[in-house]
Design a protein around this ligand. Structure first.
Ligand code: PEP
Length: 253
């Protein structure tokens, strides 16, 4: 049975004091207000906060993730943070291929494959983002775009490594825009992704992979989105910066 997960992507928000307060608030509300122990909870604060926040939250209940890592294992790469460094202070997962990184930092599928491999080599979980731009959906090319993002990166892995990945379908036109994919659009794409996995790795692997939806997911739409059979939770941007909203989304299953 695949895991239901809600993951918060804080992006480049909060200074350290604010981040510590937010993490402590989420931690205490998770304890008091989240009764379903089966739902996986992940928060991805900025790099600078990872160590301290890892010490604040209950690591049995809340996993700490990074928002990116270097495509190189180590060396003269000024300003970069390696997967091994992340592992060394308790990070458990890394968001890779977020559309903001693809767009502003020109992360190609080739670079992403290097990152995914390094993350896995360091025993971390990739949260691999894929999703089409508005014009790609309007030209009915959205399935092809998502297919090639997944094929060119994740389908290069062997089955053992592939089964450690979490996939996040995040239509670019829905991220940070307030426009959410309808639950039918999300379900349609999630099922499409699951069927791709059936073809490549077989039904059992496909049934066990968690596929998250991301893009303006909030308490007012999370229940409807998460009610769909192939939507296993969410990757949440804006709404993960408000502890009450984040908890309400976690409690939406
Ligand atoms: C994201 O950044 O992954 C995201 C889904 O953002 P938002 O929820 O703000 O649309």
């Amino acid at each position: 049975m695949r895991k239901k997960i809600v993951a918060g992507n804080w992006k480049m928000h909060t200074c350290i004091e604010e981040g510590v307060i937010l993490a402590a608030e989420i931690n205490s509300k998770v304890k008091k207000e989240v009764s379903n122990q089966e739902t996986g909870i992940i928060i991805a604060p900025p790099f600078t906060h990872l160590s301290i926040i890892g010490q604040i939250v209950d690591n049995e209940r809340i996993c700490i993730a990074a928002q990116n890592c270097s495509s190189e294992p180590k060396g003269a790469f000024t300003g970069e943070v390696s997967a091994k460094m992340l592992k060394s202070f308790g990070v458990k997962a890394v968001i890779l291929g977020h559309s903001e990184r693809r767009a502003y930092y020109v992360e190609t599928n080739e670079i992403l494959l290097k990152k995914v491999n390094l993350v896995l080599e360091n025993d971390l979980k990739p949260i691999f983002c894929c999703g089409e731009k508005l014009e790609e959906r309007e030209s009915k090319n959205h399935f092809n775009v998502v297919k090639s993002q997944i094929e060119q990166v994740l389908f290069n892995l062997d089955v053992e490594n592939f089964s450690k990945c979490i996939i996040a379908y995040e239509p670019v036109w829905a991220i940070g825009t307030g426009v959410t994919a309808s639950s039918e659009q999300a379900q349609e794409m999630h099922l499409f992704i699951r069927n791709l996995i059936v073809e490549k790795f077989g039904k059992e692997i496909s049934e066990n992979i968690t596929i998250l939806y991301g893009g303006s997911c909030k308490p007012s739409n999370s229940k409807e989105l998460f009610s769909k059979p192939d939507v296993d939770g969410g990757l949440i941007g804006g709404a993960s910066l408000d502890a009450d909203d984040f908890i309400a989304i976690i409690n939406s299953f």
